[in-house]
Design a protein around this ligand. Structure first.
Ligand code: ATP
Ligand code: MG
Length: 262
């Protein structure tokens, strides 16, 4: 019996990735120490450069899934395959340091990673340019709008040059139009940087507009209820949201989501 087979189902294991794959969950379960069953039997593969969104009821284990993917949380069972490099991680809250400027915040991860100063400056400048924050380098977070703070958080994660990018409902707290613009920004970044993305959202429209595949989780413990392919080519125009074909895909995701609540 291989070591993998011995460990599976008892304690979660991390294994190397197959070529062309950015993240692979095989039969992953998570039970917290207080007995809460958060995830059960989740199998999910994200290919290099693929952008997947995840929807599901509150408490269905979406954040837990991302935390496991990032290595912050150990799975209780099953196998997780991830690359050796730290993923980019964007949380719902921008979590910026208020005493640091935009530049200082964007450079934080690289600084913690002890990236040499010259290289750090290059990474920060590139990330600021990609997120269109030029001119705001010396501003502090309190002098920025909510959408701009989120862009600083995106820029900070970009300095890691991740091949896998995890987004946990990053745009939940901003207005509809800003949310759309930030979505366009993420799509643009994805087109340029070609990272694999896993993006958690409560919005079906956002989920369909961003992804090439939408994963629908069941109510707790989260299981994969459905995976809906989204056939539209990138880059996607903002008004694709109003197309009949888009509506059909959104309806399919919505129906699966309705089921997840029952
Ligand atoms: N450290 C923990 N200890 C015990 N239970 C936990 C822990 N973290 C999460 N949970 C529980 O696991 C379940 C899944 O939580 P998780 O945060 O992953 O859900 P979610 O799908 O992200 O929800 P939301 O949409 O509200 O953000 C919840 O019932 C939560 O209370
Ligand atoms: Mg969550």
């Amino acid at each position: 019996m291989s070591p993998t087979a011995r460990l599976r189902g008892r304690k979660g294991e991390t294994v190397p990735l197959a070529p062309g794959i950015a993240l692979a969950f095989d039969d992953v379960g998570k039970t917290f120490s207080d007995g809460t069953d958060a995830l059960r039997g989740v199998s999910l593969t994200v290919a290099d450069g693929e952008f997947v969104t995840v929807v599901g009821p509150s408490g269905s284990g979406k954040s837990t899934l991302l935390r496991i993917a990032s290595g912050l949380t150990e799975p209780s069972s099953g196998t997780v395959a991830v690359g050796p490099k730290a993923p980019g991680y964007v949380f719902q809250d921008p979590t910026l340091l208020p005493w640091r400027t935009v530049e200082g915040n964007v450079g934080l991860f690289a600084q913690l990673d002890r990236v040499p100063k010259k290289r750090r400056r290059e990474l920060v400048a590139a990330a600021i340019s990609l997120t269109e924050l030029e001119g705001f380098e010396r501003h502090r977070p309190t002098a920025l709008s909510g959408g701009m703070r989120m862009r600083v958080s995106l820029a900070r994660a970009l300095t890691v040059r991740p091949s896998l990018f995890l987004f946990d409902e990053p745009f939940g707290a901003v207005d509809e139009i800003t949310r759309q613009r930030l979505g366009e920004e993420v799509q643009r970044l994805h087109a340029r940087e070609r990272f694999a993305g896993v993006f958690v959202t409560h919005s079906v429209v956002e989920a369909v507009w961003l992804a090439s595949r939408v994963v629908v989780l069941s109510a707790r413990p989260g299981r994969v209820l459905a995976q809906v392919d989204v056939p539209f080519a990138y880059p996607r125009p903002a008004d694709l949201r109003f197309d009949a074909a888009f509506g059909d895909v959104a309806r399919t995701v919505s129906a699966a989501l309705q089921e997840s609540f029952t």
